[in-house]
Ligand binder design. Structure first.
Ligand code: 5GP
Length: 192
């Protein structure tokens, strides 16, 4: 998606430790115009698929999934990273190691929001080692729903998450795939 790649080149900041900061338009401040184009692009890439629900993970996934959901005309559900008294139904949970925080979370969701028979599309902001996506895939499996695929805004192709998901035979669409990036020169190369 050229618009997204151009924006990453213009406003993305490459940090040491293989972290790409996009907090001026995606992760902290959010550019809604760009977000709408991202939503339309996901809808185009999964056109022809029945999507009953979009599943994401808090926090950054929520805005992306919510705007994309308008183009799929379906609700979103987000998995939570903290236990809460509000989670009072039958829940399912899975462990996710956070790439940016370096710790492991128990990610929780109420099962009733993914009823059996529904077709679920997973959407998230980044793919690094694939832990978040694999956790969400596990929740889809536990709920007994059918996985349509995984939509990612930025995949870091030099980390192995994308490879793992594709090798599982899952339909993965990443709107921008970073082939390499250099914190010293701020140079970034995208997969064509
Ligand atoms: P994974 O679980 O695939 O290792 O990492 C994906 C998750 O970590 C995403 O949900 C995202 O929040 C965070 N993440 C991984 N790499 C980056 C990065 O380079 N920049 C930002 N902003 N978040 C990242």
């Amino acid at each position: 998606m050229q618009l997204l790649k151009d924006r990453i080149r213009k406003d993305g900041v490459i940090k040491e430790g293989n972290v790409l900061k996009v907090d001026s338009f995606l992760n902290h401040q959010i550019d809604i115009g760009l977000m709408n184009e991202i939503g339309k692009e996901f809808a185009r890439r999964f056109a022809g698929e029945r999507v009953d629900k979009i599943l994401t993970i808090e926090a950054s996934g929520i805005a992306i999934a919510a705007i994309a959901a308008q183009y799929f005309d379906c609700p979103i559900v987000f998995a939570k990273k903290t236990e809460s008294l509000n989670l009072d139904g039958e829940t399912c949970s899975t462990e996710v190691k956070s790439f940016t925080r370096g710790r492991t979370y128990n990610v929780i969701m109420e099962k009733r929001f993914l009823p059996k028979g529904e077709r679920v599309l997973i959407i998230d902001d980044f793919m690094a080692n694939g832990c978040a996506a694999l956790g969400l895939i596990d929740l889809v499996r536990q709920a007994g729903t059918e996985l349509v695929g995984v939509g990612i805004v930025v995949e870091k192709g030099f980390q192995d998450g994308g490879k793992k998901i594709r090798e599982m035979g899952i339909h993965l669409e990443s709107l921008a795939i970073v082939e390499s990036m250099d914190a010293k020169t701020q140079e970034i190369v995208f997969r064509e």
